[in-house]
Ligand binder design. Sequence first.
Ligand code: ADP
Ligand code: MG
Length: 685
Amino acid sequence: MRPEILNPLFGETQSLKGVGKALAKPLEKLRLMRIKDLLYHQPSYWMQRKRVKELDEIDVGETIIVQVTPVDYRSGGPRSPLRVNATDDAGNYISLTFFGRNPGWPKKLLPLGEPKIISGKLERYGDELQIVHPDQILEPEQVDSIALLEPIYPLSDGLGNVRMRQLTAQALALAPELPEWVEPSQLAAKKWKSWKDSITALHSAEGEGANDRLAYDEVFANQLAFMLVRASNRSKKGISIEGDGRLRDQLKLPFELTNAQKRCIGEIEGDLAQTAPMLRLLQGDVGSGKTLVALMALLSAVEAGYQGAFLAPTEILARQHYEGLQKLLNGLPVNLAILTGRDKGKIREATLMGLMDGSIDILIGTHAIFQEQVRYKNLAVAVIDEQHKFGVSQRLMLTQKAERTPHLLAMTATPIPRTLTLSQYGEMDVSRIDELPPGRQTIDTSVVSGARMADIVDGLARHIAAGGQAYWVCPLVEESEKSDLAAAEERAASLQTRFGDQVGLVHGRMKGPEKDLVMGRFQRDEIKILVATTVIEVGVDVPNASLMIIEAADRFGLAQLHQLRGRVGRGSVKSNCLLIRGDTLSETARARLSLMRETNDGFRIAEEDLRLRGAGELLGTRQSGDAGFRVATPAQVNELIGPATDDARLLLDRDGGLDSERGQAARIALYLFERDWGVSLLRSG
Ligand code: ADP
Ligand code: MG
């Protein structure tokens, strides 16, 4: 149902001129599969070139365009670079240097005695001037074809800047004029241009400010979509639940609930009593006791004669929850069942039957519990654990499952700043567990250089000798799961030479049962050291593991580091976290790591991280998962969320059906940013 006007933007990049099979991979890597992706692929910087007649020391450090004539070739052997000596018109020397390439290639491009136009960054090498790998080598008459200001795009192997510019130009030619969805007064106040002009400007040197408008569009569409969900939810008929407490009263807890837990339970009970379905996010740091809060909600449903469902992101977590809850519910008349992708055949059939006839009260499982074939008799409360592992649309699908919309409780341990909560969970009310159960040990965090690996391993040996267990998390390698794996395997192998079969390895490529086997052995203390890629990130509980070692910690996001760290400190012994850093650290990276050392407060870490990131880091730091912003950076989201939310609210107040001219334009924005789930709600509701 996408508006036709957007069709060219959703066309495949593959359909552009000159895009063959060879480009498929780099395009996919950069996530540039559609025309609109190319349009929003903004230059990481602008390269400025200076046209000069003569080579001059003064221009060292600048990118210059100059005419030179090659005079001879020098090469110090197969392993050293090929140097092409050349002179400008005044006879000044320069060396054009080519590393590691087939020397025949530069020689062909730069035949001796033939003047050429070259462009590149002028450097000093010893007492000569040089340009390493000129970015352009052309005939003298082509000099004007070299841009004095050139956008440099984020690139990938096999897709260079020249080709990227060609693709972008083709994409721009396809871009339609879109009707305006930004509030006119806002547009005027910010001096923003139309969408088409802004997207065009993004790729041209005068494009300053264009990105703000485009980022605003995205945040606006996002907030608008959330508000539509909220509105549609309010109009839905759900199930008002008021449990009599008979099950909850029988729970034998070995501890007192924290005040924060009590408050959150109260907020949830208030929601459950309404007929409008609950949409609530429960935020709470690792170990803050979210599971228990969820259990209370599920038991309320069962007390009132309904069913509950509990969705975990992984097999391991589903089983862990199942076992944990079974223990808690021991002796209570509550029928608990588990369903994961691994359950097949008779057992699965029996579970499906039990759900349909209502003999199962609470179902725990992975996403398998919301598949087509799974029918509930009367599902009233659905809990999603570790929500950040799921997307918005999964959240929505879940509530559309039942005839009467169940109450939804989403839980996350990922501490995110308040403003970003609004951008990621904008349709939900939020409860925060902002207090840990008493007696929790704080985790001592230290940062060590990777150069001290031998000491680190010795420390690990002492820890094991004293009866402890440890996690060892391996570096996160960008965009390549394969190399994550290689790094983890290598580390495991090297630790095995010292610790033998006390070392286990889990990684994301392992199949469920394999993974569970290793995790199980770690839980039973049969393995002392668990080497892992980030698969252990969420929820796994091994109280005896009190040492967390994270390799190349500076490559992780702070939220992720915080979560990883939260794997320890679950038992009664003092826990430690060792962050191994690389040798060269940026200022920001340094600040981020020392923040980890300073505090265990996830919410504070999140706020500071946003501030630090806002201050600097450009690309490649965008968090995956729920955020779903491609244009707006976290800092921009932070800044724009206020006005964008107000604007969206205002629009819906005036035109709840999005029928007006501007409303129609706003629908287009929803589709453009793939928030069309918002629109579909509009139609049905
Ligand atoms: P998370 O919020 O990370 O999901 P869990 O629900 O797994 O945390 O709880 C972590 C541990 O804390 C569990 O072992 C749980 O039994 C325990 N716990 C929960 N609430 C309390 C409390 N009020 N006092 C003491 N321990 C608690
Ligand atoms: Mg949990």
